[in-house]
Design a protein around this ligand. Structure first.
Ligand SMILES: Cc1cc2nc3c(=O)[nH]c(=O)nc-3n(C[C@H](O)[C@H](O)[C@H](O)COP(=O)(O)OP(=O)(O)OC[C@H]3O[C@@H](n4cnc5c(N)ncnc54)[C@H](O)[C@@H]3O)c2cc1C
Length: 257
């Protein structure tokens, strides 16, 4: 989604989050079931897999839920979700790629020239007229300077990624990015625990909540009780001065500091 804004000589585009599920591992429930069962069975997972495809989805879901609740999570690594994500800032992707148990393919600022600098504006800044004007003014100036640097490179006979790779140094963290992310279910649960928490930064929290909504729709036995870590723990581990108050503090529940 785009909102066009003309400032000075530049047409700027403010963009919004868009998350699309590209793919999920085929036969995910029989696959998870046979991986979990292999740990406790003398049978071969290949035979369990074939048989489980004929079983009711309820039977598989109940077994998986029960085994998961015991803390046995490694079979979740066999099932992956791939998302295409756009309308996010470079500030967000910098945080996202800190999650190492995942695969990423991100739009390059080296190969893709920023002819029209799409940007993300924080809601707190957008809501305030003075801050919003200041924000869009500087984005517009950055675009002008970027174009100027690219122009000077061209005059020197330098173009393409060689020019882009140095001109991009003046681009802001607000610059929009697009990324393809693949995470397995175990990593997704961890990602949601960290990033759905109200303590997480608003933009990555919005992304995590949207990914969680999609995962819950696709695979309720795994994700119906997923979210910030307080849901699993039954208390907030963040400390009394930082808690959102949804859950009691760690001290209240465990009775110690
Ligand atoms: C609210 C919040 C504030 C943050 N603030 C900062 C900050 O100020 N500065 C900063 O630098 N970062 C910050 N981070 C990022 C944070 O430190 C982690 O880098 C990020 O959350 C990724 O988490 P992870 O390492 O647990 O996950 P992943 O990389 O997704 O890994 C998942 C799990 O795998 C295991 N694992 C992965 N790699 C290894 C390894 N090499 N060795 C052992 N075990 C491993 C760990 O158990 C890990 O939890 C913040 C994160 C949050 C949620």
């Amino acid at each position: 989604m785009q909102k066009l804004l003309a400032i000075g000589n530049e047409i700027l585009s403010q963009v919004k989050l868009n998350v699309r599920l590209l793919d999920v591992t085929q036969n995910a429930m029989p696959l998870l079931y046979s991986a979990f069962r292999q740990c406790y069975s003398s049978e071969f997972a290949g035979d369990i897999f074939d048989e489980s495809k004929k079983d009711s989805s309820n039977k598989l879901a109940n077994f998986i839920r029960e085994t998961l609740s015991s803390g046995h999570e490694s079979p979740l690594e066999h099932v992956k979700f791939t998302f295409a994500i756009e309308g996010i800032s470079r500030a967000l992707t910098h945080q996202l790629v800190r999650h190492r148990m995942a695969s990423y393919s991100q739009q390059s600022q080296r190969y893709v020239r920023e002819n029209d600098l799409d940007y993300i504006i924080p809601p707190s800044i957008e809501a305030d007229k003075v801050m919003r004007n200041e924000f869009t003014r500087i984005i517009s100036e950055i675009q002008t300077s970027y174009n100027k640097i690219i122009g000077i490179f061209k005059e020197k006979g330098i173009d393409g990624e060689i020019a882009n790779q140095d001109a991009r140094f003046i681009l802001p963290q607000a610059a929009e990015s697009k990324i393809v992310v693949t995470m397995n279910c175990r990593e997704l649960l961890h990602f949601f625990e960290e990033r759905c928490c109200t303590r997480a930064q608003w933009e990555i929290r919005n992304l995590a909540n949207e990914m969680l909504r999609i995962c819950q729709r696709e695979m309720p036995p795994i994700f119906s009780r997923a979210g910030a870590k307080c849901i699993r723990l039954g208390y907030c581990p963040e400390g009394t001065d930082r808690t959102c108050g949804k859950y009691p503090s760690k001290e209240e529940v465990l009775g110690r500091k």
